[in-house]
Design a protein around this ligand. Structure first.
Ligand code: PGA
Length: 253
């Protein structure tokens, strides 16, 4: 049985004071987090060091991105080595905003996955189709190609250490959530694709999170789908009430 993961992607939001307040307020809901739920938050990278200092936190930290390189002349970048040294054990990779605005390709994202795994930083690999691709009924093949190009070079043991987030681009920040059936159908397809390539034992262990307009009202139903192992939450993770309701939904799932 896989545990549930609820990850909050704060994107480029909050000042440092606001970020600290939010993280501390989240801690006040600690008793509502069931043992089978892991909470992760991904603040702007600038704040990771500060949030890491919070005593006895109820969450783990993630970065929203990292370089494929280790050290060197790469102005503006940071590496998985640096994340590990700061006790940051997770890193979101290949978010659709990175793909769209920073031209990240699956090949590049695959290198970032390797860099994270080398440092024992768990990648949260994002995949998902655009509305156009879904309307053309290309959503399964689009996601399969993303998995193949960025992840299928890994060994089974490495793959077990990756978290996948299925985030249909048309659902991100739009208020339009995938239906439970759409989410379950794609998650089952992803798991089957992983099983075909890595074997059922690996595929059964992998967490597949759903992302795209998850909120307090729809989280419980989404998390009840058999192949939905939690959520990657953007907008609703910025408000403690909403995010704690989502964590509660995972705790009851
Ligand atoms: P959203 O963002 O919950 O605001 O749709 C999700 C994400 O981008 O990870």
């Amino acid at each position: 049985m896989r545990n549930k993961i609820v990850a909050g992607n704060w994107k480029m939001n909050k000042t440092l004071n606001e970020a600290m307040e939010l993280a501390i307020a989240l801690g006040e809901h600690r008793s509502e987090i069931a043992d089978h739920v892991n909470v992760i938050i991904a603040p702007p990278a600038l704040y990771l060091g500060h949030l890491e200092m919070i005593e006895n936190p109820c969450f783990s930290l993630a970065a929203q991105n990292c370089s494929q390189h280790t050290y060197g002349a790469f102005t503006g970048e940071w590496s998985a080595v640096m994340l590990k040294a700061m006790n940051v054990h997770f890193c979101i990779l290949g978010h659709s905003e990175r793909r769209q605005y920073f031209f990240e390709t699956d090949e590049l994202i695959g290198k970032k996955v390797d860099a994270c795994l080398e440092q024992e930083v768990t990648p949260i690999f994002c995949c998902g189709e655009t509305l156009e691709q879904r309307n053309e009924k290309h959503h399964f093949i689009t996601v399969l190609h993303q998995l193949e190009k960025a992840l299928f070079h890994l060994s089974g043991d490495q793959m077990k250490k990756v978290i996948i987030a299925y985030e249909p681009v048309w659902a991100i920040g739009t208020g339009v959530t995938a239906s439970n059936d759409q989410a379950q159908e794609m998650h089952a397809f992803i798991r089957q694709s992983l099983s075909n390539h890595f074997g059922a034992e690996v595929a059964d262990r992998i967490h597949i999170l759903y992302g795209g307009s998850v909120n307090a009202a729809n989280a419980a139903e989404l998390f009840a789908c058999p192949d939905v192992d939690g959520g990657l939450v953007g907008g609703a993770s910025l408000k403690v009430k909403d995010f704690s309701e989502i964590i509660k939904a995972a705790s009851h799932a």
